[in-house]
Design a protein around this ligand. Structure first.
Ligand code: IMP
Ligand code: MG
Length: 172
């Protein structure tokens, strides 16, 4: 049986998200901002993040597939939902659940840049250093983790565990 070891509870997550939301609200005060959530994993994080912001924002989603049913990135990224909002000359903040190798984000940054946004920054719930291969800057990270496979709070393993309110280390 897979084992779930608690890493962050609901309260820990709420504090982390509120802290990052305060920083984003202050950095983009009086500026237009479009948040682009990366589906599916970022859906819970993004919905909490927007409710902690104190500035108006617009929202869109993008969807990529890379993992399949494995627990490590294939590096083979497929865009399965394009952006629908106009980001030309706008500030864009990509909202990701967890950054591992950085391949997904570097692919998405290149994709977004073809639409000529004014700025593109990155906000991630979890910044995992274990296997980083791309040189990308995470502008807003809620929490840093060294290693391990994490699930819950929107994050899955083979489509399981997204519904959990906390974040857990999954031991297979
Ligand atoms: P990267 O391209 O290697 O940075 O991987 C990023 C994507 O892999 C994220 O969008 C996650 O969906 C997924 N991922 C990375 N690490 C984990 C993890 O520990 N648990 C679940 N999904 C993960
Ligand atoms: Mg993801």
């Amino acid at each position: 049986m897979p084992e779930l070891i608690p890493v962050l509870n609901k309260n820990d997550i709420d504090k982390m998200v509120a802290r990052v939301a305060r920083k984003i609200s202050s950095d983009y005060q009086d500026q237009e901002l479009i948040l682009i959530g990366i589906l599916k994993g970022a859906f819970v994080f993004l919905s909490d993040l927007v409710r902690h912001l104190t500035i108006p924002v617009k929202l869109d989603f993008i969807r990529v597939c890379s993992y399949g049913s494995s627990d490590s990135s294939s590096g083979n990224i497929r865009l399965t939902k394009e952006i629908e909002i106009d980001v030309n000359n706008k500030n864009v903040l990509l909202v990701e659940d967890i950054v591992d190798t950085g391949l997904t984000l570097s692919y998405l940054i290149d994709y977004l840049k073809t639409f000529n946004p004014k700025t593109v920054k990155i906000c991630a719930l979890l910044d995992k250093h274990e296997r980083r291969s791309e040189n990308i800057k995470i502008d807003y990270a809620c929490h840093e983790v060294g290693e391990g496979f994490l699930v819950g709070y929107g994050i899955d393993y083979n489509e399981d565990y997204r519904y959990l309110a906390g974040i857990y280390h999954l031991k297979l």
